[in-house]
Write a protein that binds this ligand. Structure first.
Ligand SMILES: [Zn+2]
Length: 381
């Protein structure tokens, strides 16, 4: 332990937000698929929900206004990265992250635990916290569960995530055990130091791809009074089949009355599959990151717009998509932009993908409410 005294672990009696006002209302189920409403300090968010990623308080190649027009009700930022730059005082001075960005809907913030797998940032860790290298000034920085809670409260996230110890994919049994145990202790410390009455707090279970450890971690985190429960450490390189197997374990243990968040998932087919297992919330940079490389989502599967076969294709990216890009531009035009490396191509594809995936969640939700989710899912398999 270096210069830090571990607080006494006595998890205070915390009243989850929904004990006062129902914070998550499960409206309908179809098989295991669920449709619900999550109440946040910035309005209601409908689930299933996909959250685009705005790590540094911005989407990549999608204007905030376009995301809002697409129907995005919530996104996720990274509180730790924001605490490094612009820094908490700048965001507080603006009146919080919502005002800083001019966004009046939901915001989740990640804690910094995901940066454990960043070679650029991560230095070392112990039971007290994590040492990072600040990428901006190269100084060493120390993040604890208590500090993470303070940052997330100070910047005013609607939903804060507990700081967890996320193992890399392929970690050995000893490391998985250590990570799950530390995640549990840190979860209790996050609850102990979380003071905001307006902000929801979600816990994260780990356990890698080891069934026994994933089950144990899910049980430990579920035993704590969080407002929601997240499946962490998945979609980090493991085979898809393995990821879904682990997701099913988590979802069979997490409380059914709470929102359940599968972190890191963002391809249309996988989202529909995970919804069918009972996951409610997702986030990923996949829709915009792949768009920057020419991939567009369509109802008939993903297409690579840079391929020569689209050179003379005057159809929109997706004939059933009503987004401004599909209404205005052809595959041929966007193919051309990619070929001549015009950055506007990235903007158009990213915008389309955000519209597409947001609409996909709305359609999945409608199918669940109508009791037609199984038929809906068959279109994607
Ligand atoms: Zn479109």
């Amino acid at each position: 332990m270096v210069g830090f005294e571990l607080p006494k672990l006595v998890t205070r009696v915390r009243v989850p937000a929904d004990a006062l006002i129902p914070m998550f209302k499960l409206q309908s189920t179809d098989g295991k698929a669920r449709a619900g409403i999550l109440k946040t300090a910035h309005g209601k968010v409908r689930t299933p929900l996909f959250m685009p990623v705005a790590t540094k308080a911005s989407f990549k190649w999608v204007a905030l206004q376009d995301a809002e027009k697409a129907g995005v009700e919530c996104f996720i930022s990274n509180s730790y990265i924001l605490s490094l730059r612009p820094g908490v005082p700048v965001i507080k001075k603006a009146g919080g992250l919502h005002k800083f960005m001019n966004w009046d809907k939901g915001i989740f913030t990640d804690s910094g635990g995901f940066q454990l797998i960043s070679d650029e940032l991560f230095l070392k860790m112990n039971d007290s916290g994590i040492y990072f290298r600040n990428p901006f000034d190269k100084n060493r920085d120390f993040l604890t569960p208590e500090k993470s809670m303070q940052i997330q409260e100070d910047i005013g996230a609607d939903v804060a995530m507990a700081l967890d110890d996320m193992p890399r994919y392929g970690s050995n049994a000893k490391r998985l055990e250590e990570s799950a145990a530390r995640t549990f202790e840190w979860a209790k410390r996050c609850l102990d130091s979380h003071n905001s009455k307006k902000q929801l707090l979600f816990g994260i279970a780990q356990g890698g791809t080891n069934k026994k450890r994933r089950k144990k971690s899910a049980e430990q985190i579920s035993s704590l009074p969080f407002d929601g429960f997240a499946l962490g450490g998945l979609a980090v390189g493991e085979p898809k089949k393995k990821m879904m197997e682990m997701a099913k374990i988590n979802l069979s243990i997490f409380p059914g009355k709470s929102p359940r968040y599968l972190m890191g998932l963002g391809s249309p087919k996988e989202l529909i599959e995970a919804i069918s297992f009972g996951a409610d919330i997702f986030d990923s940079c996949f829709p915009t990151r792949t768009a920057r490389h020419g991939l567009a989502f369509t109802c008939k599967g993903n297409i690579d717009i840079s391929k020569g076969k689209f050179k003379l294709d005057l159809k929109p990216l997706d004939e059933k998509c009503g987004c401004p890009v599909c209404k205005s531009h052809s595959r041929s035009y966007i193919h051309h932009l990619f070929k001549v490396k015009e950055e506007n191509g990235k903007l158009l594809l990213s915008t389309h993908n955000i519209y597409f995936i947001t609409k996909l969640m709305q359609d999945a939700r409608k199918a669940i409410l109508d009791g037609k989710f199984i038929t809906f899912k068959k279109k994607f398999t």
